[in-house]
Design a protein around this ligand. Structure first.
Ligand code: BG6
Length: 433
């Protein structure tokens, strides 16, 4: 089956940094369905040639050493451009005509990727509908919607409602790029393809869970968006909650979209909502020094660039095990990791005074960089009485496997093209989150 990927917001950062490099690398690895073409849509009046030329430079930069000039040329021959304004329904009609020309009589699966400003999602979807572009009589039509999906419950519900007026839920792919990360999918494998962790994965043995996404980068040139979003909408409502759900969920009956999403939703629903005094006790908000001087930030901005939440998941598995979620920009180092800290032994029988370290057991899932998993445990120091120290078992992807870690958009774009929604958020999930 032929495929057309239509990218709205073609002149934006996401398109050049992530989407085009991901599609190109999929092509290079022979993973892109045969007969896939890409059509960029944005307001800029480019020709296809001018857009290709710009993408050649950006893809070379972002695909790095994997870039191959000859393969790129072959890929770029199937890259097209159509100027268009999301506000104008007639531009969507022109797009419909262009797509019919390109696709000819061949039934074609289409993926509409909304990489525009979030304020344009509802309009883009309405105009796709009005121009007949959601109609599936000549092939499957799917739409990918980037985060943030609304800014609160009400706006998320409204966006779901207006989306469903045009696309049925099975046509909608709400993307969270954290779910495309190899190390995040590997949490599912660690938990559900091994039997040794499951008996320990509960309140009886786990003291608490820490989920940290620390970024070294600051707000950069994104203040226009970020100063309204802040770290809670930018990172917590989506990426950090996804990590929490994957850590806490029950094993789905099968690895398929509905089963996985049902289990994730149950976790969200079990999180005790914060109320009243909880905010003072269980949350911290912060702002990095210099944030208010960044271009586009209000001089008296109260936007948080750092936050910590202590969440309580009230079900049989997790009651009494706090999940600490924290994230911030402009931190001293870049690290995303999950620490599962186990309870201490009920009685410590080895006592060598303060020469011994009695560190609790920890399982550390390193999401990025230095992707891997470490297990910290106590061991005896040889020839030193019963003195103990902490040692670890250390698994690293880079040591175990060759090749570079693929960017998360490769997996997610391919899944959306193939109609696998397991790693995408469902409407009830985004509303609950
Ligand atoms: C994005 C946020 O969704 O995720 C950015 O909008 C953040 O602010 C980014 O920097 C982090 O993604 P990653 O993959 O670099 O951890």
């Amino acid at each position: 089956m032929a495929h057309t990927v239509v990218i709205f917001g073609a002149s934006g950062d996401l398109t050049s940094r992530k989407l085009i490099p991901a599609l190109y690398l999929l092509y290079q690895k022979n993973r892109l369905p045969k007969d896939t073409r890409i059509v960029g849509v944005a307001r800029t009046k480019y020709s296809a040639e001018a857009w290709r030329e710009e993408l050649t430079a950006t893809t070379q930069k972002f695909a790095g050493k994997e870039f191959d000039a000859a393969k790129w040329q072959a890929f770029a021959a199937n890259v097209f451009y159509q100027p268009g304004d999301i506000d104008k329904v007639e531009d969507f009609q022109a797009l419909a005509k262009k797509l019919t020309e390109l696709e000819g009589d061949q039934p074609t699966t289409r993926l509409y990727y909304l990489a525009t400003a979030p304020s344009l999602y509802a309009m883009a979807i309405a105009h796709l509908g009005a121009a007949g572009l959601a109609d599936e009589s000549r092939g499957v039509r799917r739409v990918v919607i980037e985060k943030p999906f609304g800014t609160d419950l009400k706006t998320a519900q409204e966006l779901n409602k207006s989306t469903h007026q045009v696309f049925s839920e099975k046509q909608v792919y709400r993307i969270d790029h954290y779910l495309g990360k190899e190390t995040v999918q590997n949490i599912l494998v660690l938990r559900f393809a091994n039997s040794i962790f499951e008996p320990l994965w509960n309140r009886r043995y786990i003291d608490h869970v820490q989920i940290t996404v620390a970024e070294e980068v600051d707000v950069g040139r994104r203040a226009g968006y970020y100063d309204h979003a802040g770290v809670l909408r930018d990172m917590f409502q989506n990426h950090l909650l996804q990590l929490a759900m994957i850590m806490a969920m029950e094993c789905p009956n099968r690895f398929s979209a509905e089963f996985v999403r049902d289990e994730k939703l149950k976790v969200l629903r079990a999180i005790k909502p914060l109320a009243g005094a909880d905010f003072a006790r269980d949350t911290i908000r912060g702002q990095y020094e210099g944030y208010r001087e960044a271009e586009g930030v209000a001089p008296d901005s109260q936007t948080a660039t750092f936050a910590v939440l202590k969440l309580h998941i009230e079900n049989w598995r997790w009651q009494g095990v706090p999940f600490y979620l924290r994230s911030g920009k402009a931190m001293s180092c870049r690290t995303s990791q999950i620490v599962i800290q186990f309870r201490p032994p009920p009685v410590m029988v080895f006592s060598e005074g303060n020469r011994s370290q009695h560190e609790p057991n920890k399982l550390v899932i390193q999401i990025q960089p230095d992707e891997g998993i470490q297990l910290h445990f106590q061991t005896k120091v040889p020839d030193a009485g019963m003195r103990l120290t902490t040692a670890d078992l250390d698994f690293r992807f880079a040591r175990e496997f060759t090749g570079t870690m693929p960017d998360s958009y490769q997996r997610l774009l391919l899944d959306a093209m193939n109609g696998d929604a397991s790693l995408f958020a469902r409407s009830d999930e985004v509303e609950t989150a």
